[in-house]
Design a protein around this ligand. Sequence first.
Ligand code: PLP
Length: 445
Amino acid sequence: MTYDFTKTPASLDEFWMPFTPERMFKKNPRIAVRADGMHFTDDKGNKILDMSAGQWCTNAGHNRPKIREAIMSQLDSLDFMTCMNMSHPSAFMAAERLVKVFPKNMKHVFFSNSGSEAVDTALKIALAYQRKRGKPTKRILIGREQAYHGVNFGGISVGGLSYNKSDYGGQLLPALDHLPTTFDLENAAFSKGEPDTNRGIEKANALEGLIALHDASNIAAVIVEPVVGSWGVIPPPKGYLKRLREICDKHDILLIFDEVITGFGRLGDYSASTYFDVLPDIITTAKGLTNSVVPMGATFVTGEIYNAFMQGSELSAELMHGYTYSGHPLAAAAAIGNLDTFEEDKICANAAKMAPFFEEALHSLKGLPHIIDVRNLGILGAVQFESHSADNPYHYSRQAFLKLYEKGIYIRFTAYSLTLSPPLILDQSHIDQSVSAIRDVVKSL
Ligand SMILES: Cc1ncc(COP(=O)(O)O)c(C=O)c1O
């Protein structure tokens, strides 16, 4: 073998890492060298239970043979071809398969390389769509406080996390507004699943307030994560998403669901919109789309949106947008292998089956010191700690993450919370092992 990627690298200096306190990490690095199923092994030989699926990513579990087979078959026949004025089979095959399993109103899909790109693609399509149908004043994009929509300029603009934009000059796109967060510690703490606080409608009605302020004739689209992921798994209060849909319909505003995390089985189906029984106009996804084996993002649109572009001269591109790697053969092959894996192993059904056990186990942590909330929906969960201090607010979640790793369990922390998003091939033993480890660790904090 010419290449060996299983050894600790000689130098950690050159790689500038994403969203990581570099100096702290490089003093005590955690480096995975192999992975299979629910586990990975680090360079010190520790076998670690991956209760975060990398980063909400490997929903089908690690090292899936069908995905490998699809990628290798693609590589054996064609390594690369652009999809601009040329193409290759797997991009079309992946698109056809994906549209079949996504909600029935999603008829076409645009490929990119990440969730951030899928989101910016969605925002651009929304703006261009409004112009195509003769409504050019509809330019305002509405996001939500505490939302994460990736790191590109569009995504951080509609996003609602100040720490992701403050270094770059605050608000970035010119025409923006934000809905209030649905996070409601006071009324919804320790809710199981969607909080039943009677506040879903009221929270969604805030959109009516923004419409009164800006006028619907100026608003292009609303974008939300059906379940907030990155800030720490915030399921919407009951009725919220349905009400958003009603208001968008009433005022002719597009509704975009960012399903980079909720897509591919997390709520027991390929799309969370099936779970919530709400059909958006555009869906973005990534991560679980290829099991993250090859990067890929996808933006699904309705037939109505697509058809608005397929008008006029056939001489020029209908959408002035695209990436060199849109529909990359290896990513498309990975998406197809991933869909086969999902179907053969009934992965969505397993997620739905395990969700009640996951919920019960997580909520058994209520009452432990420092824990101020537990949230869950499908196979997504968060355990939120109180703030430790003004200069080190995330101390408890960070310490819990580090101590869990020492015990052989990887559970990411984001802000105040440990966030759980294990591969959807999990069984009850993985849930029991991690919840009992969290219990021990929290007692020792
Ligand atoms: C809801 C949501 N949108 C977009 C993104 C960005 O995806 P990526 O990191 O692949 O660019 C993420 C990443 O976690 C996400 O959770």
